[in-house]
Ligand binder design. Structure first.
Ligand code: SAH
Ligand code: SF4
Length: 387
């Protein structure tokens, strides 16, 4: 008999499971606390549950941790875990400590079907969606491993923020993502505030609208280009979700978002999307003055410029730092908040876009990408000062 994985449930899911077995809702609360707050996976040790319930649980359920393939710690304190998710697939989870916070970056899929040109996960292709339990097992393991390692006292935290920025497009795995987000926010589990849980998406406009209704956490949108032609080439799902739709969904999201801005991620690619003219195009896009969006539609935002982390098959280069600074200056002079992301953990391949895990590509995206590279060469921009 296959055991039920209790990491697959949010509070309502656990309560429904309990109700089917004649147990009250507060049992689900107790279970959630034991599992997520105390890190307990042995039902026998859940001492405030009736013995009969403990026996029932032990016979039918488990808290299914993911087998660890490897763990690496970078010189800057970043930790990267590689977890085995079966059938030759492995996914990556990264913890990034900073002075005032600790951010855990979670994967949502084994691989990714979006196939962005500059992303090593995208180049690997797609195998499958992770279950809620597999998304939460990453957090569950990291939380309790770090608590033990840092000898944290109750109330102290290693993980203060969670970002869905590891492998995969979280909104393409919406059904599993939603209960996982709810557990992150639940005071009986991790109790993170909505502001400290971020979903990063390559721009699935209609699902941004759904997230707004179901569980509006902080939103990061990976933009990378401010016109549809270039974005079509860099982020293929732009053809289905063009900038006009995306910007509308972003603006709409703000009415329920925990922050009063959207974060736009913009990966700086040498000679592709990094000229001062393209910076101005970005200013126009977010201010509703671009032909690609609805006239007058302004989206309050912060722009996070990400230095491209190169990998051999990409055929792309990181923008020189001076060019990133010049790009940021155009944005700042127009009154926008623009930051340049520090790269962390690159000595252990844990930086953005370097998360490659091991993916059995079921979609042959890798081959399609190789073909597309031949069909849609990205033209270097001729304008602007070259550093
Ligand atoms: N699929 C989601 C979340 C995972 S990617 C998304 O695309 O938003 C997390 C972030 O890493 C995204 O902003 C993505 O654009 C960025 N990224 C991907 N490849 C990168 C690379 N090679 N260098 C720098 N950033 C990269
Ligand atoms: Fe997928 Fe995000 Fe990588 Fe694009 S950047 S291929 S959406 S993981």
């Amino acid at each position: 008999m296959k055991l039920v994985n209790l990491l697959d449930f949010d509070l309502d899911g656990l309560a429904a499971w309990c109700a089917e077995r004649g147990e009250k809702r507060f049992r689900a609360v107790q279970l959630l606390r034991w599992i997520h707050q105390k890190g307990e996976s042995d039902f026998g040790r859940m001492t405030d549950l009736a013995r009969s319930l403990r026996e029932k649980l032990a016979g039918h359920c488990e808290v299914r941790a993911l087998p660890i393939v490897s763990e690496h710690q970078s010189a800057d304190g970043t930790v990267k875990w590689l977890f085995d998710v079966g059938s030759g697939n492995a996914i990556e989870t990264v913890f990034i400590p900073e002075a005032d916070r600790g951010t855990l970056c979670l994967s949502s899929q084994a691989g990714c079907a979006v196939g962005c040109r500059f992303c090593s996960t995208g180049h690997q292709g797609f195998s499958r969606n992770l279950s809620t339990g597999e998304i939460l097992a990453q957090l569950w393991h990291a939380e309790h491993a770090l608590r033990a390692r840092l000898a944290l006292k109750p109330g102290e935290r290693a993980i203060t923020n969670v970002v869905m920025m590891g492998m995969g497009e979280p909104l393409q795995n919406y059904g599993a993502l939603l209960p996982a987000l709810r557990v992150m926010l639940d005071d009986h589990a991790y109790g993170l505030s909505r502001r400290r849980v971020t979903v990063s998406t390559s721009g699935m406009a209609r699902l941004i609208d759904r997230l707004r209704e179901d569980c509006p956490v902080a939103l990061a949108v990976s933009l990378h280009a401010a016109n549809d032609d270039l974005r079509d080439a860099l982020v293929p799902l732009n053809r289905k979700h063009p900038l006009a739709d995306l910007m509308q969904s972003c603006q709409h999201y703000l009415a329920r978002a925990p922050r009063d801005f959207i974060t736009f991620e913009y990966c700086m690619l040498d000679g592709v999307n990094d000229s001062p003219e393209q910076a101005q195009e970005l200013v126009d896009l977010v201010n509703g003055r671009s032909p690609c969006t609805v006239p007058g539609l302004r989206v309050p935002c912060k722009i996070n410029l990400i230095p491209f982390n190169p990998f051999p098959q990409s055929g792309l280069r990181r923008s020189p730092h001076e060019r990133v600074l010049a790009f940021a200056r155009v944005l700042q002079d127009a009154g926008l908040v623009a930051t340049i992301r520090k790269t962390r953990g690159d000595d252990i391949d844990a930086a953005c876009g370097q998360l490659a895990g091991e993916v059995l590509d079921r979609t042959r995206i890798h081959e399609r990408l190789q073909r597309r590279r031949e069909i849609i060469p990205i033209q270097p921009v001729a304008t602007g000062v070259r550093a």
